[in-house]
Write a protein that binds this ligand. Structure first.
Ligand SMILES: O=P(O)(O)OC[C@H]1O[C@](O)(CO)[C@@H](O)[C@@H]1O
Length: 546
């Protein structure tokens, strides 16, 4: 082990020790009413409040030392400079190049890729604007009313999340997303559409992903059956890095929008994969979205670690996962339009940091990325917050909330939304003691005997940590900054764990077995492995029942 690696391992161990005797969060506020100011920072239109965690000046210093030992800054610079940090695939990791200033050279293998990025973005925007404006026409010479993006994983989640988030900015064709190979997804979507006015985007980096290809072929057949095979060329376009496969599908090169192997699928919504987003919100808004991310990139590159939002958020994540041993984190946007943010982050964070070996192939020093899940508030409050408040596991919460909504006529409702968000983080931290629970029951007129019996059920342990991300209004630039913040948080945590956040070998085994098992399901092959035989036969029996 190198000195740096030894130091990191020792600092992680020290963090676990520090977490054992961490002070209650509420007590930290009693000691320092100015804690919010000391444990919150703002950049790129976002404020990160991490004061409702048990971090002290001392533990924050420990974490900053850990970031130093892990060379977070050096690794960050290597990523931005195009070094092949995705070691198992020998690739650069340059989603930041997709939103960099157009005149900044970015070298990959000695070649400046900035002109290619700018050209492809220009092509995407020109095509989307031509569809939106009616210059790109249907086979019959009409206007496209609907656009369906067919893709899965990174070729779906980012575009869906962003399109839903930016609904107030939609002024283009209606956009739909089909990802699941369950034919129900395509069928339910097509049911509402007219093939004569629907444009399909087949979005797949590899153009070999089984689910996407099956859906694309089914959509192609739907168009051909309704308006003729000759119409396919007008009603399809593609986003991919695999020109040959795209052409074989029947989509001409001028209808294909490219990107590069140095853009990971889950980091690709800034690339041509964002075509469906541009269709919905237009070029100007999409460029503002890129601009918001660029601001966060500049901040991440230049702010000192103690002031740096992605670094601080990553350190809080490491504190909770590795210091305190918490297994999960809940993402809780108080913003209905961020309804798919948790799903998007599940791929971004769990496909990136759900790893068990370090970059050199040796086992990791401790737990890596946590389980990520969530739902918008206030809906989650009426579902799973019970467990957040009184369950046996502590699950740190991440709240997101805007100062304003897009419905000024309903400012009163937005105020209720915000009050709920603030109430939840306070309640998680403060809790309710047995004495308080008992007194409350007595004040409600319950007998002493009843109060003693019921009070334990109304106790909240409290001391449950959360961070809150604040912004003014969810607009394209703000969304760009939020997504880039999360991308860089993943980077910081991965650097500390010394893992490769940019491959995803863990998805492969299941894909291989699915291919092998298909003949079992279709009945072409009878012999199943013993472990799967029972299920395969039971399904066969069920298929034959009426
Ligand atoms: O864009 P493609 O090549 O269809 O891949 C889709 C998704 O499949 C994965 O490779 C694995 O599930 C993801 O990383 C990726 O986003």
């Amino acid at each position: 082990m190198t000195d740096r690696s030894n130091e990191r391992t020792a600092l992680l161990a020290a963090l676990r020790m520090a977490a054992v005797s961490r002070p209650p969060i509420a007590e930290l506020f009693e000691q320092d009413p100015g804690r919010f100011g000391a444990f919150s920072r703002s950049a790129a239109g976002l404020t990160l409040d991490y004061s409702k965690t048990a971090l002290t000046d001392a533990t924050r210093d420990q974490l900053l030392a850990l970031a130093k030992a892990a060379d977070v800054e050096g690794r960050r610079d290597a990523m931005f400079a195009g070094a092949p940090i995705n070691l198992t695939e020998g690739r650069s990791v340059l989603h930041t190049a997709l939103r960099a200033p157009a005149d900044r050279p970015i070298l990959v293998d000695g070649k400046d890729v900035a002109p290619d990025v700018s050209r492809e973005l220009g092509r995407v925007c020109a095509f989307a604007e031509a569809v939106r404006g009616g210059a790109v026409k249907t086979a019959a010479g009409g206007r496209f009313t609907d656009v369906v993006n067919i893709g899965i994983g990174g070729s779906d989640l980012g575009p869906v999340m962003a399109t839903l988030a930016l609904a107030p900015f939609h002024d283009g064709p209606r956009t739909h997303f089909v990802s699941n190979v369950d034919p129900a997804h395509l069928a339910d979507t097509l049911k509402t559409l007219d093939p004569a006015s629907t444009l399909f985007i087949v979005a797949s980096k590899t153009f070999t992903t089984a689910e996407t290809m099956a859906n694309a072929q089914a959509a192609r057949a739907w168009v051909a059956a309704a308006i003729g095979e000759a119409a396919v060329a007008d009603h399809f376009c593609a986003v991919s890095t695999a020109l040959k496969h795209v052409q074989a599908f029947g989509i001409a090169p001028d209808r294909m929008f490219g990107f590069w192997d140095w853009v990971g699928g889950r980091y690709s919504l800034w690339s041509s994969i964002g075509l469906s987003i541009v269709m919905a919100i237009g070029e100007r808004n999409f460029r503002a979205f890129l601009g918001g991310a660029r601001q966060m990139d500049e901040h991440f590159r230049s702010a000192p670690p103690a002031e740096n939002l992605p670094v601080l958020m990553g350190l809080v994540g490491v504190w909770h996962r590795n210091g305190c041993g918490f297994p999960a984190r809940a993402v809780l946007p108080y913003e209905q339009r961020l309804v798919r943010l948790p799903a998007y982050l599940q791929q971004l964070e769990m496909e990136s940091n759900g790893k068990s070996v370090k970059r050199d192939g040796s086992p990791v020093d401790g737990p890596t990325g946590p389980l990520v899940w969530g739902e918008p508030g206030t809906n989650g409050q009426h579902a799973f917050y019970q467990l957040l408040h009184q369950g046996t596991d502590v699950i740190p919460a991440e709240f997101l909330v805007g100062a304003q909504g897009h419905e000024p006529e309903h400012a009163d409702m937005h105020a209720m939304l915000v009050a709920n968000c603030l109430a939840q983080s306070e309640a998680l931290m403060r809790g309710r003691t047995p004495e308080q629970a008992r007194d409350q029951l007595l004040a409600m007129g319950r007998s002493a005997e009843d109060a003693d019996r019921i009070a334990p059920h109304r106790v909240f342990p409290g001391d449950r940590p959360s961070v809150t991300i604040l912004y003014r209004l969810l607009d394209p630039a703000t969304l760009g900054a939020i997504v880039a913040l999360y991308e860089h948080r993943v980077f910081v945590e991965a650097a500390i764990y010394d893992i490769n956040a940019y491959d995803q070998w863990g998805v492969e085994l299941g894909k291989e077995l699915a291919t092998a098992f298909l003949p079992l399901v279709t009945g072409e092959k009878a012999d199943a492995p013993a472990s799967t035989r029972g299920l395969a036969e039971a399904l066969k029996d069920l298929r034959h029942q009426n």
